[in-house]
Design a protein around this ligand. Structure first.
Ligand code: NAP
Length: 485
């Protein structure tokens, strides 16, 4: 097999280096790939076209790979094939097996490898250009930038993976003089980077930037709590994109510049949006010791016991409800209750009721988590209320709101307790409906670690149990009611 590829490589290498036809094909495939990336991103903005967006982006990547493989600078395909096989053998089972709830750490893990690739390309390219005597100020700048952001992303992503996977503590790790150490690291790294641009052949400066960037990745993520890791992962994604764009400048590859810039901008925008939806200050996420699991809301009132309702009674009310709003949260994803939820939805509609879903931007543990879960169950996009204000309007006239495995996204303290860590976060207000059912296993707190006064309000009824089991019981009861008639 390998000699065959060797032969292909020799053939490709034997064709004139400046073959205009081949060059045109390469550039055309890069252009088509860039267009597909942009179209893919556009399609990803709506859940109903998101699947198509992923397919468009994947076709774009295939075109970019084909264009790159036609490049006359590739002398042997042997290592490319080996890398492809090893990567596929390791990556495919991982991607198939990893549960949706572990996606953030999986993404962090794969970013780290992308960043290793960018850093290695930067180092090799620098050494080659240095040996050939072709290093310009601009090229040194691009390569310095590439290894700075690449190396920082490698260690930062591994740290984020470790925190999310709980291999290391999710609490912020701080020590005395930490800010001084960070500022010193940044100052020396950027100082060396500036010197590298001034003096491109200063090898020590190049390796100082690379080495310090590895430390920077660790020291920047250390003081950030596990809770804010998804924001950090998305920010590191943005850094990896910037490193890729710099690689594009260094090796003269247009598709890398475009794809890297898209990733850089996309990751940054997503980080800012996530910070806002989680009511976190973006500056704090990046610079501060931040995100420690908060202890409890400062508001201490008399302890009330939540009221419960049986599945039988809840089913009877649901069977006669005119309008129902379902608010799915992290527990829905954990229980994988989306399919049975759809069954319940269809039963309520068959009885003449209307069903909508209020999907919070940070419900679950990754951006769009609950959109994906509901789409997987085949829930029509038209039934989803993705704007918090719109959803609250619909909730205020609903007969029944059902919170399924949600907690922080429906915590009233976000509206009225300035001492709560959730204060200011836009939330759903199911208590404005006539009655609220909350399905959860027990008295467990949500992601933020604070109590939720919704559970003890007069119009709230708890239905304790695993979301899938409880919804299954409700479905059984409604079917039983129908058969009884
Ligand atoms: P949440 O506040 O974490 O609450 C989830 C609730 O689900 C828990 O209180 C738990 O209570 C219940 N639960 C767990 N397993 C269950 C099961 N099998 N069946 C039924 N219930 C179950 O979730 P959320 O309301 O979706 O809020 C998301 C939180 O994550 C927000 O604070 C958000 O800021 C944060 N966050 C989001 C993202 C993102 O990108 N989406 C990223 C990072 C952090 P019991 O233990 O009593 O069952």
């Amino acid at each position: 097999m390998l000699p065959l590829f060797q032969e292909i490589a020799q053939d490709v290498a034997a064709t004139p280096a400046a073959s205009p036809a081949r060059d045109a094909i390469i550039q055309a495939s890069y252009l088509a790939a860039s267009v597909m990336f942009i179209l893919g991103l556009k399609s990803l903005t709506r859940p109903d076209s998101a699947r198509r967006g992923m397919q468009q982006a994947a076709i774009g990547m295939l075109l970019a790979v084909i264009g790159t493989l036609l490049n006359q600078h590739i002398l042997t395909y042997q290592w490319i094939i080996i890398g492809l096989v090893v990567g596929a053998i390791a990556g495919y089972p991982m991607a198939m097996k990893v549960p949706m709830t572990a996606m953030p750490q999986f993404i962090a893990f794969s970013h780290a490898f992308g960043a290793i690739a960018a850093t290695l390309v930067g180092v090799v390219e620098y050494r080659e250009l240095l040996a050939e005597g072709h290093l310009t100020h601009g090229l040194a700048g691009a390569l310095g930038f590439e290894v700075l952001f690449g190396a920082l992303t490698v260690t930062g992503s591994f740290m984020a993976f470790g925190k999310l996977q709980e291999l290391i503590t999710g609490r912020p790790i701080t020590f005395k003089g930490q800010n001084f150490v960070n500022v010193a690291l940044i100052a020396v790294a950027f100082g060396s980077f500036a010197y590298l641009i001034y003096q491109p052949t200063a090898m020590w400066a190049f390796y100082t930037v690379t080495g310090l960037a590895f430390f920077l990745g660790i020291s920047m993520v250390l003081p950030i709590g596990g809770g804010d890791m998804p924001v950090v992962v998305s920010l590191l994604n943005s850094y990896a994109g910037l490193a890729a764009a710099a690689t594009g400048f260094a090796i003269g590859n247009n598709v890398l510049i475009i794809a890297g810039a898209l990733e850089g901008a996309g990751g940054f925008i997503l980080s800012v949006m996530m910070s806002k939806a989680m009511n976190r200050s973006f500056g704090n996420v990046i610079f501060g010791a931040f995100g420690a699991p908060p202890t409890a809301s400062a508001k201490k009132g008399e302890q009330r016991e939540p009221k419960t309702i049986s599945a039988e009674d809840a089913a009877t009310q649901l069977a006669y409800a005119g309008s129902v709003v379902i608010i799915p949260g992290y527990g829905m994803a954990v229980a994988q209750a989306q399919h049975v939820c759809r069954e319940l939805h269809e039963l309520v509609e068959a009885q003449g009721g209307s069903v909508k879903y209020a999907i919070h931007p940070v419900a679950g543990r990754m951006p769009g988590h609950l959109n994906v879960i509901m789409a997987e169950a085949g829930i029509d996009y038209g039934a989803l209320l993705t704007d918090v204000d719109d959803a609250n309007r619909v909730l205020s006239s609903a007969d029944i709101a059902i919170v399924i495995g949600g907690n922080d996204i429906v915590n009233p303290d976000a509206d009225d307790d300035p001492a709560s860590p959730l204060y200011g976060m836009p939330i759903f207000r199911p208590w404005t409906s006539k009655v609220t059912y909350v399905i959860k296993r027990g008295k467990g707190v949500g992601f933020s670690g604070v109590e939720n006064p919704l559970f003890t309000q007069d119009t709230t009824r708890m239905i304790y149990g695993d979301a899938k089991g409880v919804l299954g019981n409700l479905v059984k009861e409604i079917k039983g009611l129908n058969e009884g008639h």
